[in-house]
Design a protein around this ligand. Sequence first.
Ligand SMILES: [Zn+2]
Length: 304
Amino acid sequence: MPPSPDAVLAVVLAVALGLVGVPVGRATGRVVPLFVRHDPGPDGGSGPPPPACPHCGAEIPFLRWLPVPRSADLLRRGRCPSCRATIPVSSTTVRATAAAFAVIGATTGMGLGLAGHSWVALAALLFFGALGAVLSVIDIRVHRLPDVLVLRSYPVALPLVLGGALAAAYVGGPADRLASPEIPPADALTALAGLGGVAGGVSGALVGMAGLAAFYGLLWFIYPAGMGWGDVKLSGMLGLYLGWQSLSSVISGTFLAFLLSSAVGLTLMALGRATRKTQLPFGPFMIIGALAVVLVGDPLPLII
Ligand SMILES: [Zn+2]
């Protein structure tokens, strides 16, 4: 059977974006060694240490509103601004970023989920892929989701997601059709309904962000030992993307995170690699659950 054009496009985009993911992962993988493990004392103690050079311990400042180190030398040549030593790149981050970009390319080619809607949507998803990869690696290594990455990603993700949701109205979308001077009344109604869908994407993203952050905040408040405060801060970002797709996606993506975490926990226990007391980092499951639903589509309407 000859492959359909969509399958060819999916393979081409997967390879092309996978290759783009390598330099992106090399850049983001450089920040991984800047974060060390931090175990707060019983009274909460002081906060986690700021990002610092693994060689000399000098603090590495980040840009005020972006999840990016302020040092151009670190970004260009990978050197510590204080001691000039080369900061090693996390190769796991490079592989994870390339894999995430390849999957985003494949789903864009097949027109699944949010992928393939517009260039803004693609940029929003690639940002999610790059951020998700580096945060997952840091959370697995040192059990942290650092504020300088999580909180400063909101000013990047918000305009990308809201722009992606609004872009669906233009480029042959309902706003374009309504602007045409000779639109038949039936088409005008369809276009108006389409505009309603665009408004749903924008409001869904904002409601998803607030709703999921509130849900995780409540879990943290009820049982602080089971959930990190970093997970709560990340959850709003995931709710933003999931709610952009649909409000039921927020439920599916969250359920998938808990399902994956339980499956991995039980498997590790069966293999004797973990006990009931082992604390698995939850961030990677939240990220993979949300990314899967956003890229492949929400399975909930198919189930119920
Ligand atoms: Zn240094």
